[in-house]
Design a protein around this ligand. Structure first.
Ligand code: GLN
Length: 292
């Protein structure tokens, strides 16, 4: 460890430890280099996007200890980096996170920052948005930023998650335009309210896949991942109830990971549009009110 002198040394050390432990990446970064850079810069209180000027800088002994401690906890405890730093980044937006919520990563955020182009023709007509299973509030908050004239509601069954979401809504200065509700799916909402866009990254992991998730997932709230025997428990309720809450031109946008076959088996009569994103292989489906 005495040979670790510079920022570069620490990053290389992190990469080799991460590779040696065969860690899973997918909770923010997708490879050992990016993850090591992120943790080193964070521990040294350096800006997350400015590596080059600091590569050859020497680190102080206590800074080195901080970095090595983070690397250890990432490898030995298999904690996702976001829980070590209490922050996560999604499409350039920063969120507070802890183990009360899953780590923000839904590719729905990428669609929102592109204003759903090229998938929908009139994004300017979206003035009421609902985010179900909001967790940290990340998708609701990205939606509120990207659609500055829209009003956003968000619900979650977990009051623990909503406590985290509340911190984020506050941090992003969105108290006026984004409301959080505690309850199951649509249940806490005003029955007369109609939404032009409903977004949701629901729990959709089926029972047999739950047992195969990498160790990092074991630190995340199980209720945010587990979707019952075929993964579709919550999605059934969403599809059933969504039409009453969508405006005439309203659309439902659901993240489904790699569970398309399970969806098609559960809803043979539905013909959603399957959307691609550039940054993820997770699938997202779009259904209009008419299609449901
Ligand atoms: N496989 C998904 C992921 O890693 C699980 C998240 C979910 O159930 N929504 O993001």
């Amino acid at each position: 460890r005495d040979v670790l002198v510079t920022v570069r040394d620490l990053i290389r050390f992190g990469v080799s430890r991460f590779n040696g432990h065969k860690l899973f990446f997918g909770h923010g970064s997708d490879n050992s280099w990016d993850e090591a850079v992120y943790l080193v810069l964070h521990a040294l209180h350096l800006p997350p996007d400015q590596l080059d000027p600091f590569m050859d800088a020497h680190v102080l002994p206590d800074e080195k200890e901080r970095v090595l401690d983070l690397i250890d906890r990432r490898c030995i405890d298999r904690l996702p980096a976001a829980y070590l730093t209490n922050e996560a980044w999604l499409q350039g937006y920063r969120f507070f996170v802890d183990q009360r919520v899953i780590v923000p990563r839904s590719p729905i955020a990428e669609l929102l920052t592109a204003h759903l182009s090229p998938w929908i023709p009139y994004p300017d007509d979206i003035s009421n948005i609902l985010d179900l299973c909001t967790g940290s509030g990340c998708l609701a908050i990205v939606a509120a930023h990207e659609f500055p004239d829209a009003v956003v509601d968000a619900t979650d069954l977990s009051s623990d998650a909503l406590a985290v979401a509340k911190i984020n809504v506050q941090d992003h200065g969105l108290n006026e335009r984004l409301s959080l509700y505690h309850g199951s799916l649509f249940e806490p909402l005003n029955v007369n309210r109609r939404y032009d866009l409903i977004i949701c990254n629901p729990p959709y992991v089926n029972s047999s896949s739950m047992d195969k998730l990498p160790a990092e997932y074991l630190h995340e709230p199980r209720m945010a991942l587990a979707g019952g025997l075929d993964g579709m428990d919550l999605i059934r309720k969403i599809i059933e109830q969504a039409p009453q809450h969508l405006s005439e031109q309203g659309m439902l946008l659901l993240e489904l990971g790699h569970e398309r076959a399970y969806f098609e088996a559960a809803f043979p009569e539905l013909e959603p549009m399957w959307l691609d994103t550039t940054e993820s292989s997770d699938q997202i489906l779009l259904l209009t009110r008419e299609q449901i």
